[in-house]
Design a binder for this molecule. Structure first.
Ligand SMILES: [Zn+2]
Length: 241
């Protein structure tokens, strides 16, 4: 007896769902392109030869088409960091240019750059890129008596928050070319770039130094106190190999 094949009931195709209404793109959002072609790839100098050196900026990838920068970091493991809307800042570091942002509504300038204005009543107003003069003044500073492994031999050194000319925010970076007891509030400083081949598109591509012609004030009790605190640090650094 042959099995009677049962005809499957004809399936009606399910009605196509209505396409979702297109949402207007919020101009305050910052999308990252899904596909980025990095046409300018710089070798990550850690691949194939891993050494323990603590934190290290290892390389970068830049897309001239999409204007996107990606940084390779090494800290025991390899990381990458997409700069997305802040890519122009990192690209500027590579090119020896300082780029910040400015709000078109209130005029406030920011370095480090902000993608949206900080004023609450402006509802995340988007900012525009502006090139900044590589100079500013010290807002505040501290003297490092201890550090990560890669900079121990340079102790003690000065870390300063610097307000780049015209900006409302301050950027932290190293202040070199001064004795640790000599920095002063509001002292004028300039940006000094690392050699081009050593730049990675990151904050360590530059440091600050006193502006040309700046001279430290005379020694005073506070400077003497800091000098005394630094003395054992200098002695300890001498013992490092
Ligand atoms: Zn604003």
């Amino acid at each position: 007896m042959s099995k009677k094949t049962q005809k499957a009931p004809e399936k009606k195709p399910a009605p196509r769902p209505e396409p979702a209404p297109k949402k207007a793109v919020d101009p305050r959002m910052h999308p990252i392109p899904l596909k980025v072609e990095y046409d300018d790839k710089h070798t990550n100098d850690f691949r194939g030869d891993v050494k323990e050196v603590g934190f290290h900026f290892a390389g970068y990838e830049w897309s001239s088409k999409e204007q996107q920068l990606l940084i390779d970091l090494h800290y025991d493991q390899l990381y990458y960091w997409k700069l997305a809307e802040l890519s122009k800042m990192g690209r500027g570091f590579l090119d020896g240019e300082l780029w910040g942002t400015q709000c078109p509504r209130c005029g406030d300038k920011f370095f480090p750059p902000r993608v949206n204005c900080w004023r609450l009543d402006e509802e995340l107003q988007r900012t525009d890129w502006v090139r900044l003069e590589p100079q500013g003044h010290v807002h505040t500073f501290t003297i490092a008596g201890w550090s990560g492994k890669s900079s121990l031999k340079r102790l003690p050194f000065v870390l300063a928050y610097v307000v780049v000319d015209g900006c409302k925010t301050a950027i932290a970076n190293e202040l070199r070319g001064v004795k640790p007891w000599d920095p002063e509030f509001k002292m004028p400083v300039k940006v000094v770039w690392a050699p081009k081949e050593e730049r990675r598109g990151v904050i360590t591509d530059f440091h600050f130094e006193p502006a040309d012609g700046w001279k430290p004030g005379p020694m005073n009790p506070e400077k003497e106190r800091i000098k005394e605190l630094c003395a054992p640090v200098y002695e300890w650094v001498k013992t490092l190999k």
